[in-house]
Design a protein around this ligand. Structure first.
Ligand SMILES: Nc1ncnc2c1ncn2[C@@H]1O[C@H](COP(=O)(O)OP(=O)(O)OP(=O)(O)O)[C@@H](O)[C@H]1O
Ligand SMILES: [Mg+2]
Length: 247
């Protein structure tokens, strides 16, 4: 055999701790996290405000450093790397969708979508690009600037930008948070389809039980610790679980 098996995990964290601030102002945002993110799975992270969801997403993605412990993206332990090396890993393996879109106002939709590939000097796979923008309903909006698009369209541009390079993992923080329920459910349906049909790995933070029900698995955080997990969730079961957490 000359080929090696693909890694089963897209990302993982071992004994992850994250402290912000010092002395009396210190906050332990992550308090001993152990988590595996399987490839081609849609994972949702839920928990009360301040429970560490965004911190977990950012440290898994190499946007922020752990205080102690380690985290891996594919087979690379990012906690040992320099800033420049982490940036390179992010560029190569990771797509982001933030609640605030983070589109470049002076670039049109097409230019925003291909920007990561343009920066890294990678050719755009035309067939894949066309498929994404067709499914996302952006075909006739590509020449528009972000300011000329609705919130839902801007969010779909951000999702297209994350998908276009076929990253190892997409990290999304409240991707449907700013959308009306119809645009939100369209977006989540597409994200789920990307996982089921294209084997995309997605990790999504959300407050919303309906959004979380699109995931294969939910990880529940409380006070910086993983307190529970749920597979094949339904909105009803998620709501029941959240009630127990003092929501
Ligand atoms: N840059 C920072 N400096 C200091 N404390 C921070 C910083 N970022 C987060 N925290 C604290 O760490 C804890 C976890 O924050 P985090 O943003 O991860 O929560 P969250 O679960 O994403 O909450 P929300 O649902 O409100 O977005 C909170 O107590 C927060 O106040
Ligand atoms: Mg947050």
């Amino acid at each position: 055999m000359t080929t090696t098996a693909a890694p089963v995990l897209a990302a993982s964290m071992r004994d992850g701790y994250k402290d912000y601030g010092f002395g009396e102002a210190a906050v332990r945002a992550l308090d001993g996290i152990n988590v595996d993110i399987a490839r081609s799975e849609f994972t949702a992270i839920m928990g009360p405000s301040g429970s560490g969801k965004s911190t977990l997403l950012h440290t898994l993605a190499g946007l922020d450093r752990l205080t102690a412990g380690s985290s891996m993206i594919a087979e690379t332990t990012i906690t040992q790397l320099s800033e420049a090396q982490i940036t390179e890993v992010r560029r190569k393996y990771i797509g982001f969708v933030f609640q605030s879109f983070n589109l470049i106002p002076s670039l049109n939709a097409r230019e925003n979508i291909t920007l990561p590939l343009d920066i890294s000097g990678t050719d755009v796979d035309k067939a894949w690009f066309d498929e994404i923008i067709t499914i996302l309903g952006l075909s006739d909006r590509l020449a528009h600037l972000p300011a000329e698009l609705s919130g839902g369209q801007q969010q779909r541009v951000a999702v297209a930008r994350a998908l276009v390079s076929r990253p190892e993992i997409i990290f999304a923080d409240e991707p449907s948070g700013n959308l009306d329920s119809r645009s939100g459910s369209e977006l989540l349906t597409f994200m789920r389809r990307a996982v089921k049909e294209f084997g995309q790995t997605i990790v999504m933070v959300t407050h919303d039980p309906t959004a979380a029900a699109y995931a294969d698995r939910i990880v529940f955080l409380e006070d910086g610790q993983i307190v529970d997990e749920m597979r094949e969730p339904t909105a009803e079961r998620v709501l029941d679980r959240m009630k127990k957490m003092g929501h």
